[in-house]
Structures are given as structure tokens and as C-alpha cells.
Design a protein around this ligand. Structure first.
Ligand code: AKB
Length: 315
């Protein structure tokens, strides 16, 4: 990767990925794009262009203007929003993806887009979900992710586009809010723990989902994109995970730092149903074997870091 275009650059992943990529590859070599031009200052302070990903002509135009060789396509609606607006989600998630793949095909770009644990469904094995398994999701987001994985494999097999992807678990960070996901409770809980000393979880106790701290997610993207293609038996998309917990376990970890923290519940039936349709824990051995995936943060280390960073912001 030398010159990289990032779509959805002001979202939860983009806000941190763009900064990291600029540190690694040089500020001028990372072109951030988004449909809006407000939010993360660090992203806006380098090369930035407005881009609605459903506008394929503009996407090609920008990729040509900056002579990029890599496309990192992040713009998408997350699971809970997609469930509330399924047609908009289909048009944005699939329309944006097709445009990004077409741009990559036309200009010979390397390609990354994230898939998700949302690509699994109720008939998928729930524990240590294998890399290759049943994928019959029951959400619009999941349908988009499975279709997206297949489409990326198709563009690789048919047109030789170097497509790569991971199935992200819930991503936890203190920089930009996730906005509209089922796993967002695991971010909100830290903010409310600092601000209010209590949190009402919209996900019920006993509901386990895979999670990962953002620094590990950013490293995974870069490591996969830099991996030797000869070693990749899979491409779209690799299971990756760092931890799996339910609300009680994250609360217990927070109480090691804030002993009076109180966890309550205000379960949202829509997000609870989505969470129950996803795995409890996925198996990341293919990612470890094929490109050396590893995660540095477990629940304890992540909690110490999150509370420290959010605490400092609150002062
Ligand atoms: C969501 O909850 O929608 C996302 C995801 C797991 O893909 N965080």
C-alpha cells in the first residue's frame, strides 16, 4: 500500500485508521473521504474529499485524481440502523460496495472492506464458530455482509481484484462513537461508568459477543493488507476476535477500577434479537495461520486503557 483512499473516513474505524495509516505511509498518501466534512479534526487536517459512496463516477474521479493504489471501503450502516431502515441499508451498503469494487477493478487497486460477526446467523455453530461454516443471517446487515463477502470473492476470482477482508467483532474505542451497532453497549458502558457511575444495558445479561479494542483492529487491517498473497487460502473474510464477554463480565472488570459502578438493564428487543442470532465466540485460527493475526488487548487491558482515556477527556 502506498497511496490509499478511505471511504467513510469520519466513522468509528476511519477516524482512527486514517491517522494510523498517515503515520505509517505518510500524510499525503492517505486520502480520506466521507459524505460529511465535520467530525474528527485529525482526519480533516490531511487530504480530504467529500464523497457519497453511491456516486460511482465521483469515486473513480477521486481515485484517478490522487492516483491511489489501494481502496479501503468503510462507509456502511451498522446492524441496528440497517434493521430500522433496511432498504436504505441495502442501497448504501451494497451500492457503495459495488462502486468501490468497480473502481478497484477499473484502476487495478488493492481492496479492503470489513465484514462482521453479523455475517453469521442463528443456524451457525455458536461456540468457536469456524472460519468456513453456515452463513444464513436474519438481519439486513448480515445479508449485506454475506453478499459483500461473496461479491469480493467474485471480483477476485473473475477480475483479479486483490480483495481482502476480516469479520470484525464489536469494536471498542474512545475516539469516535460507533453509532447504530448491536455491540455499542460495550462502548457506552465505559462513558456512563465515568460520567454517571451507572449504565443501563440494552443487551441482556448472559448474552455473549466477540469484541476487540480498536488498536488491534487497525493492526489487523494493515497486517492483512501487507500479507503475502501466496499465503492466503481465504480472502473474504477472515474471522478475527480478541475476547468474548457478556454485560456482567465487562461490568465486573469496570468495578475493579470503579467499585461503586452499577449495571442495570433496559433491554432493547430489536438489538437483543440481533445479538442472540450472532455467535458467542468465533474461531480466528485461519487468520492466525494465514497472516499472523494477533490481538494484544484482552478485557482487563482494554478496560484500564478505556477508563484512563475517557477519564482524561472528562476532566
Ligand atoms: C454492529 O454491532 O453492528 C457492529 C458489528 C459487530 O458489525 N459493531
Amino acid at each position: 500500500m502506498k497511496k490509499i483512499m478511505v471511504t467513510g473516513a469520519l466513522g468509528q474505524i476511519g477516524s482512527e485508521l486514517v491517522v494510523k495509516l498517515r503515520n505509517v505511509y505518510g500524510k499525503e498518501n492517505v486520502i480520506a473521504t466521507d459524505i460529511r466534512s465535520f467530525g474528527c479534526e485529525a482526519v480533516l487536517s490531511g487530504p480530504f474529499e467529500i464523497l457519497d459512496v453511491t456516486d460511482g463516477n465521483r469515486m473513480v474521479e477521486l481515485a484517478k485524481k490522487y492516483e491511489v493504489d489501494t481502496m479501503i471501503h468503510l462507509a456502511a450502516l451498522l446492524s441496528a440502523v440497517a434493521e430500522a431502515k433496511p432498504l436504505i441499508a441495502w442501497n448504501l451498503n451494497m451500492g457503495g460496495l459495488v462502486n468501490a469494487l468497480e473502481t478497484s477493478k477499473e484502476l487495478g487497486l488493492k481492496f479492503f472492506t470489513p465484514s462482521s460477526i453479523g455475517a453469521f446467523g442463528p443456524s451457525t455453530p455458536k461456540e468457536k464458530t469456524p472460519q468456513d461454516t453456515i452463513q444464513r443471517p436474519t438481519t439486513m446487515y448480515g445479508v449485506n455482509k454475506v453478499a459483500g463477502e461473496l461479491l469480493c470473492d467474485y471480483y477476485f476470482a473473475k477480475f483479479g481484484v486483490d480483495t481482502r477482508s476480516v469479520r470484525f467483532p464489536g469494536l471498542i474505542s474512545y475516539v469516535a462513537p460507533p453509532g447504530g451497532g448491536t455491540t455499542d453497549y460495550a462502548v457506552e458502558i465505559y462513558y456512563d461508568a465515568i460520567a454517571k457511575g451507572r449504565y443501563n444495558s440494552f443487551i441482556d445479561k448472559g448474552t455473549y459477543m466477540d469484541m476487540m479494542y480498536m488498536p488491534d483492529a487497525l493492526n489487523a487491517i494493515i497486517d492483512l493488507m501487507e500479507a503475502d498473497p501466496a499465503k492466503l487460502k481465504h480472502r473474504n473474510a477472515f474471522n478475527i476476535t480478541a475476547m468474548s464477554f457478556d454485560p456482567e463480565e465487562i461490568a465486573a472488570e469496570i468495578r475493579r477500577h470503579l467499585p461503586s459502578f452499577v449495571l442495570g438493564y433496559a433491554v432493547d428487543p430489536v438489538r437483543q434479537a440481533i445479538a442472540e442470532s450472532w455467535p458467542n465466540s468465533i474461531d480466528a485460527s485461519a487468520a492466525r495461520e494465514e497472516w499472523g493475526f494477533k490481538a494484544e488487548y484482552d478485557l482487563a487491558k482494554m478496560t484500564t486503557h478505556m477508563l484512563g482515556k475517557i477519564g482524561k477527556k472528562a476532566i
